[in-house]
Design a protein around this ligand. Structure first.
Ligand code: G6P
Length: 604
């Protein structure tokens, strides 16, 4: 993870760097720093904590027109001012910011120490600045190309050299890095969001590529130092998402943006009553030949996979399974040209999902990316691509991107079903298209969610239960609640409770029971009765028709709109998100930037 920005141009660098770092905080926010360069040399300012602390420390003192900045999510070494980037080399010749992990850093450090180099931090990054200084013979690109083969692991690097004010040296392997020109200078960025209003086109660096950036020029090189010509990617007109508007938090804003995000996503792929996926390049024959669909993702995206697995089984004749990306890699799952591996990711940069994609590509499987960031690594390395159109999502806890992932996966199940003899009812497509209005209606649950949050805010543990898609939603509900409120939450299939977990239920233990699916209602009701009999405090989410049977529960949230059982996940997501949000706010947590988390997890 970690966010990088570099600027060199005609204006002062500090405002670009600090604003950019604030926008990149979603990638990590335990410490941050900048290095500025001018004729008098390199100056470094670093602080522990959020970028606001750095902003205060930097003040208005610096007039340099070039610099690099970094916001950190700690991997090697605790979050501290000392471990914050940039890291200087022994004699202050190089300053380096780094995103990624250097796996052989201990060996390099040991060798360099024997040669007399000293280290100030516990980071892996410091070995890079030291190696650069050791390998420097007067040419920046030669120095970089000689140094990189010594590094094992992943990196996106932006580097300053004391003798070259106005020049930023860059390199990338397995962590994203983008170069771009603006009217008054050039940028290097982890994400275009960091300088979105200044750039209209960008150059996405490929693995092994190097770049040299000056005030007026972007030059690219392959790993052996040969100059490369690269095509620009033009960015869409959309610059949304960067501010909270009237909302107190990005998360709440994004929850309320869900109807629009769903509308945009559905209307992009449903034209005149037909599903069209221009980026899905499998022929009808290839679709028919698919024998297994693997849905692979991390975090909430995995929960979208888990939920849609049930839908693939209902709508297609294919076997589908959901996998946590980091586990998929170690499972020796048989893959062939008839396997379809769908990688689901908001950021398109999650390291484990990217590695799972590489594995699937290398085994000859058909690969499809469902991502929210069009130019991301996962989008570019996948054979087929379907983008969710959620817009920029800032809050670490995903909401609108998750619901759009569900929408795309449902459409995909319908599409595959209709092209391979599965069951693809047109009423379901019509109901999907009506979801934006229905989700909008569920936003009216805000008051109920607030009341539920009052009941939950003092809890130490909360259990979430459900069956089928309600179980998949329980998983997402528990993750949302734990990641932002820091309450220990666990989700269980309702039927599995009695095989162990019920022993944890005692008087007043909170249980959130999801019983939206009418076909499974009676079964989940039995589980509710079992926990009630042991004193649990039960909050139930259910449909209007079944609410009356829940007189025994302590608190009921009744989902307003009637939809088929298959579509309930879109509706129960909303009160679950709102309940988690309000609980976290009531506990005084930093909702948009929960402790220890980052939105884009670019390390394994
Ligand atoms: C992090 C985020 C989650 C997200 C997960 C996967 O853990 O906090 O909200 O679901 O990464 O991220 P991706 O970008 O691949 O969807």
């Amino acid at each position: 993870m970690c966010g990088i920005i570099g600027y060199t141009g005609r204006n002062k660098a500090v405002p670009y760097l600090l604003t950019g770092l604030e926008r990149l905080e979603y990638r990590g926010y335990d410490s941050s720093g900048i290095a500025l360069i001018d004729e008098s040399g390199i100056s470094v300012v670093k602080r522990k904590g959020k970028v606001s602390a750095l902003r205060q420390a930097v003040g208005d003192n610096f007039t340099a027109t070039a610099g690099i900045g970094h916001t950190r999510w700690a991997t090697h070494g605790e979050p501290s001012q000392l471990n914050a980037h940039p890291h200087l080399s022994e004699n202050g010749m190089f300053a380096v910011v780094h995103n990624g992990i250097i796996e052989n850093c201990s060996e390099i450090k040991q060798e360099l120490k024997q040669e007399g180099y000293s280290f100030l931090s516990d980071t892996d990054t410091e070995v890079i600045s030291q190696l650069l200084e050791k390998n420097y013979r007067g040419n920046l690109i030669t120095c970089l190309k000689d140094t990189l083969p010594q590094l094992q692991g992943s990196f996106a690097l932006a580097v300053l050299h004391r003798d070259f004010p106005g020049t930023i040296l860059c390199a990338k392997k397995d962590s994203p890095l983008i170069a771009a020109k603006s009217e008054d200078g050039c940028f290097v960025l982890s994400d275009t969001l960091a300088a979105r209003e200044h750039i209209s086109a960008c150059y996405i660096m490929g693995d092994g590529e190097l770049a040299l950036i000056t005030e007026n020029s972007l030059s690219f090189f392959s790993a052996d130092g040969t100059p490369l010509s690269k095509e620009p990617h033009f960015l869409s007109g959309c610059t949304d998402g960067a501010d909270k508007g009237d909302f107190p938090h990005f998360m709440l804003k994004e929850i309320y943006e869900q109807p629009a995000a769903l509308r945009d996503t559905l209307s992009a792929y449903v034209k005149e009553g037909r599903i069209v996926f221009p980026g899905f390049c499998l022929s009808e024959r290839e679709i028919k030949a698919i024998d297994k669909i693997h849905l692979v993702a991390c975090g909430s995206a995995y929960h979208a996979a888990l939920c849609s697995k049930y839908i693939f089984h209902q709508l297609t004749d294919k076997e589908a399974s959901a996998h946590i990306a980091s586990e998929f890699r170690y499972d020796s799952i048989p893959l062939s040209e008839n396997s379809l591996v769908v990688i689901i990711s908001q950021s398109g940069e999650t390291a484990d999902s990217l590695a799972a994609l590489s594995l699937a590509n290398s085994k000859g499987a058909k690969t499809l990316a469902v991502v929210n960031v069009e130019n991301s690594s996962i989008a570019m390395k996948s054979q087929s691509l379907i983008c969710t159109l959620a817009g920029t999502e800032i809050s670490v806890a995903t909401t609108k991107a998750y619901i759009c992932q569900l929408a795309v996966l449902y459409l995909l199940a319908l599409y595959i079903g209709s092209h391979s003899g599965g069951y693809a009812p047109s009423e379901l497509l019509q109901q999907l298209l009506s979801l934006p209005e229905k989700v909008e209606k569920e936003l009216l649950q805000n008051e109920r969610a607030l009341a539920a949050a009052d009941l939950l805010k003092g809890s130490e543990h909360i259990y979430f239960i459900g069956r089928g898609t309600d179980y998949a939603l329980s998983m997402e509900g528990a993750l949302k609640m734990k990641e932002i409120s820091y309450i220990h939450c666990e989700a269980y299939p309702a039927g599995e409770l009695k095989h162990g977990t019920i022993s944890l239920i005692e008087k007043s233990t909170p249980v959130v029971a999801l019983c939206l699916r009418k076909d499974l209602f009676r079964k989940t009701l039995s589980a509710i009765k079992e926990v009630r009999a042991r004193g649990a405090f039960v909050i139930a989410l259910t449909a209007a028709e079944t609410a009356e049977s829940l007189t025994d529960c302590d608190f009921v949230i009744c989902i307003g709109s009637a939809v088929s059982d298959m579509l309930t996940p879109f509706l129960d997501a909303v009160p679950l998100q709102l309940m988690s949000y309000h609980t976290a706010v009531k506990r005084g947590c930093d909702v948009d930037k929960p402790r220890n988390l980052a939105k884009s997890v670019t390390v394994e």
